[in-house]
Design a protein around this ligand. Structure first.
Ligand code: ADP
Ligand code: MG
Length: 692
């Protein structure tokens, strides 16, 4: 349960004065839904309102705060001209201009003959001082509410900075005095302030330096966030690891038979990784290991061999894939190989119904089925196994930490192998998986030729189509990928359909279309025809990203390539890297292209090394672009920035481990404080699941 001390922060946003129904909607656009979200809404700039000169000395262009006497009001004589108010501080006059403001409001806030403090940018027009729409107009007694440094917050249309500032201030004032969770010596060595002090300084910056992510205040908060992240992951890992598991030590017979049937030798990397996996499968503790390998590095066969070890030990094995298409593909690869050695593999997804479903469930329960392949429906539903000993989770970046938690909490002692297709840099590995053991396939099967990758503007599409004509006539197959972006799905779909129709005019029956809005059955049908070569050109939205395996497809054209993240582009291109034939990838971009997108496309041209692409991706995202992080299932941080706070991450990771070694239930006073930290950063799943 959430610690009581945090209740004031976990109130609905409507509890903040002045927010109302309209404010609630607007704030939601910034991802602010609860009071606590406001405290993480950090200013990104300041306005210095301490400059308070005599008007005759005022610097043009600077923001100034000045006490003036109101001299006269000059309502506009012609429509469209500003309402003017003339004022003076005794040294010089200034004209305040108002466009589109109720005259009554101006008249009541600036009564003639009275003194007011105004604050805003000093400007000059025709030799006289002007100020357009002063930001503040207050009575002299209230000068202290204006004179100072004003934080500037990221805004959304409809909420001005003053209003946002007021909201945030209220939220910050609700932060209770929190106990310290950072280790004392580390805190001293870093000269960290307390959480409360850090928060109040971040929202009341004294200078532009206080805004820097490397200021001691923001550094402390970044550390807090990373510690919460690492601790929650460490709790999961520790719990899973401490569970006694099964000692899966097969006799090797099935594995031997499989090897005899395989048309190729395993690569050195595949063999090494398998040894690592066997060793851990054979230990008495539960396994939770990550298998990393680039697209096409041969993870599936590694997973199968590891499953055979489990089956040799008398257990059943399962593969969970993120999509039905991918599950089916695993079945297509695995089932024939399994059959050849006398095993039974079945597919179970939410779509398998009725008699067929009952049969599959029965066979699972009585142990006839050795390998079950499916989507997460495998575990959500009431599926019974005779003896499930080994689970492979093929992530391909689609599952989040939550699903992983749900699965590892299922209670069975199955060893778990998580497969991920995109190489992940070490820092991201830590944030997404914590200090999880991993095996890396760092070598591709022999004979793979590099992909000829080109970057071109969209207006070259006529030339490309000419080229395609030749290639398809030679019997090659091609993908034409059109992106589908969530916000504009409808328009994008129209674009994909239009492209399909245009290509149909050129290629007739040879073109097919597959998109995410189609029924699963229709999709399968089109994919099947492409596989069999009845269709030679497949226009697709990104449904193919983690989908088909068609070795004959050697060409890929990606339209609007500038909209994709690097990881996605890399995945997509991996689809045509399957054969030993020459293959080519054309990245078509449309204007406008941002600098980051340009950089991304260039990287794709330069390299096919997934690890390098992943590192570059991180660098580019470090620059503020978060594209692709959400879908990739990586933790996204509110405060921590991996291009700046990498070092903190390592400390947080070590600290998390130490904490659990000394206080595994977080029950000491510091442990209690750490629980507060986890709830504060909403990383409390692990607490709820594993701690009393
Ligand atoms: P991944 O899942 O890592 O993207 P796959 O397991 O689908 O890669 O393997 C890609 C292709 O390479 C498959 O067609 C597979 O049969 C083949 N393959 C796997 N290992 C080897 C190997 N050692 N030698 C030759 N081909 C291999
Ligand atoms: Mg695969």
């Amino acid at each position: 349960m959430r610690p009581e001390i945090l209740y004031p922060l976990f109130t609905p946003i409507a509890s903040i004065n002045g927010v109302g129904a309209k404010g609630e909607k607007l704030l939601a656009k910034l991802g602010i839904e609860k009071t606590v979200d406001l405290i993480w809404h950090f200013p990104h700039n300041i306005i210095d309102r301490t400059y308070s000169p005599a008007l005759m000395n005022a610097q043009i262009g600077k923001v100034a705060t000045v006490k003036v006497k109101i001299l006269e009001h000059l309502p506009p004589r012609v429509k469209g001209k500003p309402y003017k108010v003339v004022a003076s501080d005794g040294t010089e006059q200034i004209t305040l201009n108002f466009f589109k403001v109720y005259e009554k409001t101006i008249q009541s806030s600036l009564p003639v003959g009275q003194e007011r403090v105004i604050s805003g940018k000093i400007e000059e027009f025709n030799g006289s001082l002007q100020m357009n729409h002063p930001d503040y107009m207050v009575k002299p007694s209230e000068i202290n509410t204006v004179l100072g440094i004003e934080p500037v917050y990221p805004l959304t249309a409809g909420i001005g900075n003053k209003t946002m500032g007021k909201f945030v201030k209220q939220a910050v004032s609700r932060i209770p005095h929190l106990p310290e969770w950072v280790e004392e010596n580390y805190k001293k060595s870093m000269a960290f302030p307390s959480f409360n002090e850090a928060m109040s300084t971040v929202h009341n910056p004294k200078s532009i330096h206080d805004l820097s992510p490397s200021s001691v205040y923001r550094t402390r908060l970044a550390y807090d966030e990373l510690l919460a992240n690492q601790l929650s992951l460490a709790i999961v890992r520790q719990r899973v690891k401490k569970q006694l598991g099964r000692e899966l030590k097969g006799n090797g017979l099935l594995r031997k038979k499989l090897m005899e049937n395989l048309p190729y030798e395993l690569t050195g990397a595949q063999k090494r990784v398998l040894q690592e996996i066997f060793k851990e499968q054979g230990s008495k503790y539960r396994m939770l290991r990550l298998l990393q390998g680039d697209v096409g590095s041969g993870k599936t066969i590694v997973a199968l061999v590891a499953m055979l070890n489990a089956i040799e030990s008398g257990a059943q094995a399962a593969i969970m894939a993120p999509t039905e298409i991918l599950a089916k593909q695993h079945l297509e690869t695995i089932a024939p190989l399994a059959e050849e050695i006398g095993l039974k593999a079945e597919l179970l997804t939410g779509r398998v119904k009725g008699k067929k479903r009952k049969q599959i469930l029965d066979d699972l329960a009585n142990g006839k089925t050795n390998i079950i392949i499916g989507t997460h429906a495998l575990f959500v539903e009431d599926v019974e196994f005779k003896d499930l000993g080994f689970v492979v989770i093929d992530e391909q970046h689609r599952f989040g930490v939550h699903q992983r938690l749900a699965l590892s909490n299922k209670g069975n002692k199955a060893d778990i192998l998580v497969m991920t297709a995109t190489p992940i840099p070490r820092t991201l590995l830590l944030t997404a998986y914590g200090d999880m053991e991993y095996s890396k396939i760092d070598e591709l099967p022999p004979g793979r030729k590099p992909v000829d990758t080109r970057v071109m503007p969209i207006n070259k599409d006529k030339d490309i189509i000419e080229g395609l004509k030749r290639k398809l006539a030679q019997g090659e197959r091609a993908y034409w990928v059109c992106p589908l972006v969530e916000e504009s799905e409808k328009i994008d779909l129209q674009a994909a359909v239009a492209r399909f129709e245009m290509l149909q005019k050129v290629f007739g029956e040879d073109v097919g279309l597959v998109h995410g809005k189609m029924k699963e059955k229709e999709k399968d049908e089109v994919m099947g025809r492409f596989k069999r070569g009845e269709i030679k050109l497949l226009v697709a939205t990104t449904v193919i990203e983690v989908g088909v395996n068609v070795p004959e497809a050697t060409i890929m054209i990606i339209e609007h390539a500038e909209r994709f993240g690097l990881a996605q582009l890399h995945q997509l291109r991996g689809r045509i890297k399957r054969g030993i034939k020459d293959s080519s990838c054309i990245l078509l971009y449309s204007y406008p292209v941002s600098e980051t997108s340009k950089a991304r496309l260039n990287i794709m041209k330069q390299t096919e090394d997934g690890f390098r692409i992943a590192e570059e991706d991180l660098e580019l995202r470090g620059g503020g672009e978060l594209l692709g992080t959400r879908q990739s299932g990586f933790a996204d941080f509110k405060i921590a920035d991996m291009s700046i706070h990498k070092g903190l991450l390592l400390t947080a990771s070590q600290d998390a481990k130490l904490i659990l070694e000394m206080d595994e239930n977080l029950s000491t006073p510091r442990g209690q404080a750490l629980r507060i930290l986890l709830y504060l950063f909403q990383r409390d799943d692990a607490v709820k699941t594993y701690l009393a």
